[in-house]
Design a protein around this ligand. Sequence first.
Ligand code: RB5
Length: 155
Amino acid sequence: MKLAIGNDHTAVEMKNEIKAHLESKGIEVINVGTDVHESFNYPISGYKVAKLVASGEVDGGVLICGTGVGISLAANKVKGIRACVCSEPYSARLSKQHNNTNIIAFGARVVGIEMAKMIVDEWVNAQFEGGRHQGRVDMIMEIQDTQHLKAAEGE
Ligand code: RB5
């Protein structure tokens, strides 16, 4: 498995620890985030990771900023991306199983390093379940592609 990781200035240490944690499990990790503490605009890392994921160059992405919010919002603007911010492992696992997320995000100012490791582990180890969830994910992508949702007509 190959993942991309990105971050802003609030999450340099957490990025390094999560990268090392993933590598210790045999996962290849491409770092496109900042490695210094000078103020850094999180959309840049969100965009870079999202492009790697959307192009298929990596199997998924991990994004970390202060809250995980801004960086996941930026990633979600790239076509094909389903990024979500999670502060606990249950939602992280379900986001893959039900929503087929391809990027997980969290906040370095929100969760501690051990919680962050649990979040990323649950997400990496989960599999999309398909079935009844596939149609709902397809609806999300229909909204992205057409700015319309047929299933909502007449609701
Ligand atoms: C940086 O101060 C902060 O706004 C950023 O890390 C992130 O939390 C944005 O969503």
